[in-house]
Design a protein around this ligand. Structure first.
Ligand SMILES: CC(C)(COP(=O)(O)OP(=O)(O)OC[C@H]1O[C@@H](n2cnc3c(N)ncnc32)[C@H](O)[C@@H]1O)[C@@H](O)C(=O)NCCC(=O)NCCS
Ligand SMILES: Nc1ncnc2c1ncn2[C@@H]1O[C@H](COP(=O)(O)OP(=O)(O)OP(=O)(O)O)[C@@H](O)[C@H]1O
Length: 197
């Protein structure tokens, strides 16, 4: 049996960067956002449901995030309906990954792990964290969201302090070297547990 490590953290806290560090260290990584990208792409499994419920969001055979953001901006309740389409399909993608993965540590990069109760299916959870100032700066620097869109998402997410309190491991993403050292410490700790199991 592989060890399932959930990797979470609020928007812009450094999940993707940290997930890459786990992959470089030999863990198998499943990425919830990447799964959503696959589902939204041409031929993706979410496209027919969006064609039915949000036809204006499907452009050239794929679900357009820009169009979705406009729809959500107009009608905030749309996000819940979008999630009802997306989350079961994401669950199928994850089950498929678990069925085929062979590494001893499987890492699940899931932004909304605590919010969706997905932590119950994990053996442990690591939260990535940085200050609120760094978080906002990173998201604004990316240039894909307005400040209002960022605040709306941040409000929906569990506060960083609560994620830190609930996690088994906290990874500070202040510098790349510091984060890499903490990733290795988490792996060493889990491998110690696997040896003693
Ligand atoms: C709202 C959308 C269109 C924004 O797209 P965009 O490319 O600008 O941002 P991206 O997808 O990279 O999201 C950035 C971050 O926002 C946060 N976020 C995204 N969706 C949500 C949500 N439904 N609730 C809370 N936070 C969210 C996450 O931390 C995520 O990593 C897109 O995120 C989407 O379609 N979301 C609905 C699907 C979903 O629930 N995804 C969450 C992962 S399962
Ligand atoms: N340990 C770190 N040290 C310095 N900068 C970092 C670190 N981790 C991430 N960053 C920087 O922060 C920004 C956001 O990182 P990343 O894309 O990994 O965040 P994320 O949590 O996956 O974001 P989102 O949830 O919004 O998708 C990037 O510009 C990245 O280079």
């Amino acid at each position: 049996m592989s060890f399932k490590l959930g990797l979470t953290g609020s928007i812009g806290m450094g999940k993707s960067t940290t997930a890459k560090m786990f992959a470089e260290a030999g863990c198998a990584v499943w990425d919830a956002d990447a799964a959503v990208h696959r589902l939204y792409s041409r031929g993706g499994k979410a496209v027919p449901a969006f064609e039915r419920d949000f036809p204006e969001a499907v452009i050239d055979g794929e679900v357009s995030r820009a169009a979705l953001k406009l729809i959500i901006g107009r009608d905030p309740t749309a996000l819940k309906r979008i999630e009802e389409i997306v989350h079961p399909l994401v669950g199928e993608d994850r089950a498929d990954f678990i069925a085929h993965a062979t590494a001893d540590i499987l890492v699940f990069d899931i932004p909304l792990l605590f919010e969706t109760g997905g932590n119950a299916a994990m053996d442990a959870v690591a939260t990535v964290s940085a200050t609120a100032e760094i978080q906002k700066q990173r998201v604004m620097d990316r240039g894909t969201m307005t400040e209002a869109q960022f605040e709306a998402i941040r409000e929906k997410q569990m506060p960083d302090a609560e994620k830190r309190a609930r996690a088994d491991y906290v990874i500070e993403t202040d510098t790349l070297d510091h984060a890499r050292a903490q990733v290795q410490a988490v792996i060493d700790d889990i491998q110690g547990k696997l040896r003693n199991a």
